[in-house]
Design a protein around this ligand. Structure first.
Ligand code: CP
Length: 332
């Protein structure tokens, strides 16, 4: 039994195999229903459009039955820490929740965002880890505190579709946003781009560095796959010659648990760190990517997101095909 928690647990050959499989689903060449007679639980602690809809539809397409649960709303509030005295507001422990669901379902998908309160705790992905620890069926990460591997696989599929399978100059750029956001998407995008052997540039203002251990893993993956990784604080320079621009905002580790401090620090970057036509003109006719949802004229201008360079809708569609490939691999 295997989980799908991060792409780093999968080899380059396996990731390429998943992308091939996703393309087969997309083009109607694979109509197999490996989930016939099976149910898959989808546990959402947080809101979602793309992940929830594409997982439900993907399970249906594969012949299965999705069971959607929202702890604290359509199911009981959940405690994930071991050994705690549950005399607070949590009704059920993950230990029972997961093992009961595993008796009904062939896999469990879980979305559990970072609370942006305690960096040292959240960087260990404690809720996702508790699900994986107790589950006897595969766990699929639908975005945790640190990773969004389904998004990253769809992103790599989109780059291959739009720009070809060879090595590309891929830029992950921080963007200004009115409040700090979790790091799962940039973490997983950078990791997967490194695994695919792209030349990766990560552009962000000083103070918005990604996790050090994660960066060490990204460097190692890039070296193994024949790619490169460069980190810069210069957004204008980063765009020069890029084949792919991937925009995302994230919070600073320096202000974790102190959103007011982060908001004050980032105010200076508002006009400079937005994707606009002037910056896109510096690229090698790059495609523009974003995981969505996106704030228009904050992260990216209308002119760029509505231009032919923008592939955000195809990228969102590819979530469906990529997740079908993941479920088919884990469950057939
Ligand atoms: N990109 C993404 O995961 O979208 P949702 O939050 O709408 O699922």
């Amino acid at each position: 039994m295997r989980d799908f928690l991060t792409t780093s647990a999968y080899s380059l050959a396996e990731l390429n195999g998943l992308i091939e499989s996703a393309l087969q689903f997309k083009h109607g060449k694979d109509r197999a229903q490996p989930l016939a007679g099976k149910s898959v639980a989808l546990v959402f602690f947080n809101p979602s459009l793309r992940t929830r809809a594409s997982m439900q539809i993907g399970i249906y397409d594969l012949g299965g039955n999705p069971v959607v649960l929202e702890p604290g709303s359509t199911s009981w509030t959940l405690e994930h820490r071991d050994g705690v005295v549950m005399d607070g507001d949590k009704t059920e422990h993950v230990a029972e929740f997961v093992r009961v669901l595993a008796r009904y379902c062939s896999a469990i998908g879980v979305r559990t965002f970072a609370a942006l309160k305690n960096w040292e705790e959240e960087r260990t992905d404690p809720v996702l880890a508790a699900f994986a620890r107790y589950s006897e069926v595969p766990i699929i990460n639908l975005e945790s505190a640190m990773h969004h591997p389904c998004q990253a696989l769809a992103d790599m599929m989109t780059i291959r579709e739009k720009s070809g399978a060879d090595r590309k100059r891929v830029v992950l750029t921080w963007a200004w946003h009115p409040k700090p956001l979790p790091m799962a998407v940039p973490n997983s995008f950078a990791l997967a781009a490194a695994q695919m052997g792209h030349d990766l540039v990560i552009a962000h203002p000083e103070g918005y560095e990604l996790d050090e251990d994660l960066m060490a893993g990204i460097q190692e993956q890039a070296a193994g796959a024949g790619g490169t990784v460069r980190v810069t604080n210069n957004i204008e320079g980063a765009f020069a010659g890029a084949d792919v621009i991937y925009a995302k905002s994230w919070g600073s580790k320096l202000f974790y648990g102190n959103s007011e401090g982060d908001i004050e620090k980032r105010a200076q970057y508002r006009s400079q760190w937005m994707v606009d036509e002037q910056k896109m003109a510096r690229t090698n006719n790059a495609i523009f990517m974003h995981c969505l949802p996106v704030r228009r004229n904050v992260i990216v201008t209308d002119e760029v997101i509505d231009s032919p360079a923008s592939v955000v809708i195809d990228e969102a569609e590819n979530r469906l095909h990529a997740q079908k490939a993941i479920m088919a691999k884990l469950l057939k």
